[in-house]
Design a protein around this ligand. Sequence first.
Ligand SMILES: Cc1ncc(COP(=O)(O)O)c(C=O)c1O
Length: 389
Amino acid sequence: MSTKSLKFKNDLIYFDNSATSFPKPDEVICGVVSVLSCYSANPGRSGHKLSMRAGKAIFDARLKVASYFGVSNPMSVVFDVNATALLNLAIKGFAYKGLHVITSSLEHNSTIRPLMRLKNDGIISMDIASGDMHGILSIENLEELKNSNTKLLVINHTSNVTGATQPIKKICRWCRKNGIVTIVDASQSAGFEDINMKKDCIDILCFAGHKGLYGPMGVGGMVINDEFDYKRIKPLKEGGTGSLSEEITQPQFLPDIFESGTPSLPMIVGLRAGIEFVEDNMDAIKSKKIELEKYFIDKAKNIKGIKIYPSKHRNGVVCFTMKNISASKITEILSEDYNIMSRQGLHCAPLAHKKIGTFPTGTVRFSFGYKNSIKQIDKAIEALKGIEV
Ligand SMILES: Cc1ncc(COP(=O)(O)O)c(C=O)c1O
């Protein structure tokens, strides 16, 4: 890396951690590099020492993910390239003709699009629970929508638009009592909220490795509760697993039933390091994000023409618009003139923007991370004052 690019990194203000967290902790970078430089062999395929070491590294990562989310069987952790792949697997793999699904108005396109596909193909029927003004669901909302075919709830734990966070324990416990399977999208909550799938009665949880868990891009996970029969999910892909190679049909045991093809070993090892980083720094990460969000909102209130969209929860995510200037123009100016990285538009969550009344133009989103500082927020406030109208 050249000195010039290092300098750029230091000057840069990165407020786009909900899209992907940056910078990554050194431990994560070391994890990825250690694989590429020391044991980049194909795990579970060959019998040689290096391949065994690679296989052990993946197993250790499964153990870490399982204990992090409160399940006891490491084999019920399934890796793929991102949360989207695993949400597609969980949703489409579970769906059957006649199923009625309840979902929320805060869903990301990675859940709502697979659901719409199934609905438009005439496989499922679906209701989108609107919830309160923040999109937060109550048991009464669910009671109203439930019918005798309701056997699946798909829910985004934390909104990537407003940070609104569902009372997941209450909702999933109610679902368990009512025989409704739960698929929780923890892409934004993992690494911030305490999640214990056993205690919270979550059947299936999907997460992105590269956001709040500080792993690299290229890995996501699906975790299946010990009490859930994984055979209720049909695999969406078949192929080489390194196991039962004499058979021309897919192995039926976990995790091979869902994992075909060479896994992203460097990314999986990086993810494990990211989770360890989060475990070691949980309190500091949480309080930093809360402090930064609060500080930004307090200061930004005084900027002429700004509208900040309220959220019930403080987790480092703030959306705002400014009068007479589009969200995309603001992010362009912030990036080009001030070296501040933020994200404009609908954030792949059109329903959430409809909910808060910012569809179709969207908002600017600042999403803070553990490396951001009060000083950087002061700079952003000055920048926004510079573009206020
Ligand atoms: C709530 C939510 N779910 C799912 C995803 C999809 O994650 P990935 O792009 O890693 O598949 C995102 C990404 O922004 C998200 O915010």
